[in-house]
Design a protein around this ligand. Structure first.
Ligand code: FAD
Length: 403
């Protein structure tokens, strides 16, 4: 891997930096859009929408989308630069991360021109919030076991069943859902077949969304119930039975996105040390904590290099295998290690939760300690990543695997 940047990558980096230098400080100074450190509250959503709209005015909301749809056709290298710079500047969260990173590219790849014109603009400019509805009570890691049905009835489909753990479905106007259009496929031993992708209007009668409270105190994800929901045929994305291919594209984007999250961990670690200096400076002289800090930093750097190697393979037209499951596994472990380190490093003050007047960084670190449990579950659990690595990278004999 040649670490030197090409001239166009340098120009991309410099343009993004100068745009952020100009636009981020006034945004952060706005009282009206102050950070409430929540994820799903109304205030937080307003702030995220305003930030995404501002990014969109500079064509910085979806750099990986083709230029004709409002992106910048960013290369893999530019996507990594984008993640690193946004993490370095500690920019606010996006209103539509699912829509921008996963669903938009799928609409671009699978949608008709009419569907692209109908949905892409509202994802980009934060008019509508989007969710992604794949998981069900008996279909998580084993996603192909999904059983929510969509049965064709003339020019409509009728949907019945339940999805679960659907992030921000209660805030979403639209969702990309995977539904079973051929209920016989599971019985035939062909469960990856007969699955179809649909874009559903979450305001359709018969859809009920019930938020689930997580252990960090957020109501971020939901059960979604479908009771004879009638949806038009033109809400189908791709052909009948092509849903598995649509989904694999979506999860591929999710996993590349997860690899990019390593930059956020590095920025978090730097911020953590600064906070510890002011609220619990003695901890920084503790040899055991210093060793954990050094180890965390080293692992973050190694994981960054792993993602760079994946990038290098993409640029050479090779498959970025097995770096992607390795990076997902590493990221999940690191996210949890760092959250535990934060609570230990900040001492008693680090345990104060959001809402209290003395909470450090508005309770961010305590919330992360609970929330990061998710990182070894969402986007493919750590046990399953290990199985994939054992099977396809190390080629361990079957009995040694975790199943
Ligand atoms: C915060 C959060 C947000 C989420 N948001 C969304 C969303 O927006 N949309 C969506 O569709 N889904 C979402 N999910 C769901 C997520 O994709 C699933 O939780 C994930 O796929 C795991 O499925 P599961 O929870 O059913 O666990 P299961 O698949 O039932 O796994 C349970 C346990 O068994 C282990 N296990 C399973 N199979 C094997 C095996 N073959 N070998 C060894 N161990 C195994 C797993 O590692 C895990 O520890 C979200 C989850 C979380 C935690």
């Amino acid at each position: 891997m040649d670490f030197a940047l090409a001239a166009e990558d340098e120009a991309f980096r410099d343009e993004l930096r100068s745009w952020l230098d100009e636009h981020l400080p006034p945004f952060l100074a706005s009282e009206e859009l102050a950070d409430d450190a929540g994820l799903s509250g109304e205030k937080s959503q307003r702030r995220r929408a305003a930030w995404q709209r501002l990014l969109h005015t500079g064509r910085w909301a979806a750099v990986h989308w083709p230029e004709e749809y409002g992106g910048r056709s960013a290369t893999a290298m530019q996507r990594i630069l984008y993640s690193e710079i946004m993490a370095e500047y500690r920019t606010p969260g996006l209103f539509n991360p699912n829509g921008l990173w996963q669903i938009g590219p799928m609409i671009i790849a699978w949608g008709t021109e009419e569907q692209k014109a109908r949905w892409l603009p509202s994802i980009l400019d934060a008019t509508d919030h989007w969710c992604q509805g794949f998981s069900e009570p008996d279909a998580g890691n084993d996603l192909a076991n999904l059983r929510t049905t969509a049965v064709r009835d003339g020019d409509r489909y009728v949907v019945n069943g339940q999805k679960t753990w659907i992030s921000t479905a209660h805030l979403a106007r639209w969702g990309l859902f995977l539904l079973r259009t051929d209920p016989t496929a599971i019985g035939r031993g062909a469960k990856h077949e007969g699955i179809t992708a649909f874009i559903l209007d979450m305001e359709t009668p018969g859809i009920e969304t019930r938020p689930l409270r997580d252990m960090a105190g957020e109501e971020m994800f939901n059960d979604v119930f479908f009771d004879d929901v009638s949806v038009p045929v033109d809400s189908r994305l791709g052909g009948e039975g092509e849903g598995w291919m649509v989904a694999m594209g979506t999860l591929g984007h999710e996993r590349v996105g997860i690899a990019g999250q390593v930059s956020l961990l590095a920025a978090d670690l730097r911020a953590l040390v600064m906070t510890a200096r002011s609220v619990n400076p003695d901890a920084l002289s503790d040899p055991a904590l210093r060793e954990r800090l050094a180890r965390a930093w080293t692992e973050i750097e190694l994981t960054r290099l792993l993602t760079v190697r994946a990038l290098s393979k993409i640029m050479k037209g090779e498959k970025n295998w097995p770096e992607v499951p390795f990076a997902k596994l590493q990221w999940a472990t690191l996210a949890q290690t760092l959250a535990a380190l934060a609570v230990d490093l900040l001492g008693p003050a680090g345990l104060l939760a959001r809402g209290g007047p003395d909470a450090v960084d508005r309770g961010k670190w305590t919330r992360l300690y609970a929330f990061q449990r998710y990182s070894s579950i969402g986007g493919g659990s750590s046990e399953v990543q290990k199985n994939i690595i054992a099977d396809r990278a190390i080629r361990l004999p079957g009995q040694a695997r975790l199943s």
